[in-house]
Design a protein around this ligand. Structure first.
Ligand code: CP
Ligand code: NVA
Length: 329
């Protein structure tokens, strides 16, 4: 295995298929250690800073637990309470944090921000989600596919929903890199950017994967190994968008009819959090305003035997641990 020491983890386009496979293999090993209670404090005494300009449950907890399992200390910087972006530039923040910490995680807005942090940081910077990409999520997703089927290459992964968002973009990239057949089911105005589609299609020429964009959900989900969806309005987007997104994406909801159109042993994946019922404050607001109890996925599919969403969520921690370990050791 090659060394990834000192590398930033900003987007999967920067990594070769072999490097991605290496991170997955390390994650699988770390998961075994965690489950058997075998200590793995390989980075004892090191320190990381994790910056969250947007909310998070899984990514924050994964970075914290992973770092602590590896023997490290963690400093959390939230949307308020630090000088970053308000009185201090990204470049200055990067140089200050890099002088104290061994690695920096960033979740927030434009990809250019995490890129700038990395440009000015002498220690690795990890992307914990930007408007454009969510690369740590992808490792957990393909790990879950691998655990289910024993292989990744050649599998058909279908994303239904806002295919231009961070998760849609990143799924297309990871599929291209690992030779999967990626289908995006969405209205044309929510198809991913042409430039990224073309980049991914070029990668597919090397890896044997393919990229298909369709507005026809029954055509697109046919024979799928995995169906994937995400929220219809992402963090940082205005609440006013809900009305138009509901109109555009309601036909792309993953319900049992759609799930049954995939292979009989197909799995359902979702990065979470998910609006599969009205048990949240936003879920209730949407129900009151638009009369919709469930959105991108029905509760029936979410809770069905096809669903691997909680296995996928657990894998966030093991894969993030692999990223920290491989870029620092
Ligand atoms: N999937 C994901 O990134 O979840 P959080 O927003 O809770 O981190
Ligand atoms: N597309 C979602 C992903 C959340 C993990 C968002 O950016 O809000």
């Amino acid at each position: 295995m090659g060394s990834l020491k000192g590398r930033d983890f900003l987007k999967l386009l920067d990594f070769t298929p072999e490097e991605i496979a290496q991170l997955l293999s390390v994650a699988i090993g770390l998961k075994k250690k965690k489950h058997s209670g075998e200590p793995h404090r390989y980075l004892e005494g090191k320190q990381i800073a994790i910056i969250f300009e947007k909310d998070s449950t899984r990514t924050r907890c994964s970075f914290e637990v992973a770092a602590k399992d590896l023997g490290m200390q963690v400093t959390y910087l939230g949307p308020t309470g630090s000088q970053m972006g308000k009185k201090e530039t990204i470049a200055d923040t990067a140089r200050v944090l890099a002088s104290m910490y061994d690695g920096i995680e960033y979740r927030g807005f434009e990809q250019s921000i995490v890129q700038e942090l990395a440009d000015y940081s002498k220690v690795p910077v990890w992307n914990g989600l930007t408007n454009e990409f969510h690369p740590t999520q992808m490792l957990a997703d393909v790990m879950t596919i691998f655990e289910e089927f024993g292989s990744i290459k050649g599998r058909k992964l279908v994303f239904c929903g806002d295919a231009r968002n961070n998760v849609g973009n990143s799924l297309m990239v990871v599929s291209a890199k690992l030779g999967m057949h990626f289908t995006c089911c969405a209205p044309e105005e929510l198809f991913p950017e042409e430039e990224l589609v073309n980049t991914c299609r070029e990668i597919c020429k090397e890896t044997g994967g393919s990229i298909t964009l369709t507005e026809d959900i029954m055509e697109g989900t046919k024979d799928a190994d995995a169906l994937y969806t995400d929220v219809w309005v992402s963090m940082g987007e205005p609440m006013e968008l809900w009305e138009s997104r509901i109109k555009l994406l309601k036909p792309y909801q993953i319900n049992m009819e759609v799930m049954n159109n995939a292979k009989p042993d197909a799995i359902f994946l979702h990065c979470l959090p998910s609006f599969h019922n009205n048990g949240t404050t936003i879920g209730k607001e949407i129900e009151e305003k638009f009369g919709l109890k469930e959105m991108e996925v029905t509760d029936e599919v979410f809770e069905s035997s096809h669903s691997r969403v909680f296995e996928e969520a657990e894998n966030r921690m093991h894969t993030i641990k692999a990223v920290i370990l491989e870029t620092l050791r």
